[in-house]
Design a protein around this ligand. Sequence first.
Ligand SMILES: NC(=O)c1ccc[n+]([C@@H]2O[C@H](COP(=O)([O-])OP(=O)(O)OC[C@H]3O[C@@H](n4cnc5c(N)ncnc54)[C@H](OP(=O)(O)O)[C@@H]3O)[C@@H](O)[C@H]2O)c1
Length: 359
Amino acid sequence: MKRLYNLILACLLMVSLSACGKQAGADSSADKGMEPHGQTESAGTTEQTEKEQPAVSEAEQTEAQTENNLTDREEQKIEGGDNTVTGDISFNFETKTVLLNSGYEMPIYGIGTYSLTGDTCVESVTAALNSGVRLIDTAYMYHNEESVGEAVRNSGIPREEIFVITKLYPNQFSDAEAAIEEALVKLDIDYIDMMLLHHPGTDDVEAYLAMEKAVADGKIRSLGLSNWYVEELEEFIPQINIMPALVQNEIHPYYQENDVIPYIHGLGIVVQGWYPLGGRGYTAELLGNEVISEIAAAHGKSSAQVILRWNLQKGVVVIPGSSNPDHIQENTELFDFELTEEEMERIGALDRGEKHDWY
Ligand SMILES: NC(=O)c1ccc[n+]([C@@H]2O[C@H](COP(=O)([O-])OP(=O)(O)OC[C@H]3O[C@@H](n4cnc5c(N)ncnc54)[C@H](OP(=O)(O)O)[C@@H]3O)[C@@H](O)[C@H]2O)c1
């Protein structure tokens, strides 16, 4: 009888310990979100918490994961510290793409369409697509969104394989919603891969928020800024909700932005350079530069290819403009050679802080 009594007592003790274990487990998985008094909740309440737990935990886990990723990125930024590419935005030279903070992949070389209009634009973009280019940069201000859209639609290449960037100009910021619709109609390619604000200007925050809404509506996939530098970014970013995925600024050997690039990379934002070859009117001087020509000869490549490769090795996406099919093809052949550290430094030493446009 006494043995039976002891057995019952032992069973009761085990059941009670097991209930405590469950409670402790629930407390630790709910973690910081739970108040200490939750520990005194009845077994019934505990069960209910446990049933609801997975959904809450999943959300918390995702949040925690995001925070971890950001922390990792910040740590990598600190480790990088210099001009190296850090975090998730490092270029994949195999796939020739970079993973944007929006989750989309973007090619690391493309074609710029400034000053290409009408048939010239259609033909240039078509030539680029035929050469394997999958990134196209246009803008409202280039008056060629229709032509870019036409070339994309007629290419026979699946839409998802092409990445189109366009931009809102400051005179559109006051009614950005209408401007976004206008871009969608002109391009006529279902959705816009990335939209940038072309320059800082009045109502730029409101315009960016309108682009954020278009992202939520599935009209635009990724957002970015153009001609935003350190001070402008510091002021702008706290006022928006979606971190820009890309900043497009003037970058070439005579204007290198060596302070700005690491700052932008440190935010997990991809950098893209405009006027990579110096811009029209300046290309002859830049391509004829003695150091660049010497390095080009050493690799059996052209000066343009050396400059574009130098950008890529600095973690800068290139969008050279061209209406010449031979140049367009040449500008894609950037992956069969590599600049040495010394060559990178020699080009780095050419910086003159010389802007080739006012913005
Ligand atoms: N966000 C902004 O504010 C902003 C400002 C300016 C530009 N952008 C963007 O950046 C893109 C690039 O700028 P960009 O087109 O003005 O200037 P760029 O790319 O620096 O230079 C274009 C010039 O280089 C020549 N070129 C191209 N490839 C060549 C090669 N392999 N060998 C010799 N010459 C070559 C082109 O002539 P050919 O036609 O004869 O090849 C053209 O005259 C623009 O198209 C635009 O999409 C953005």
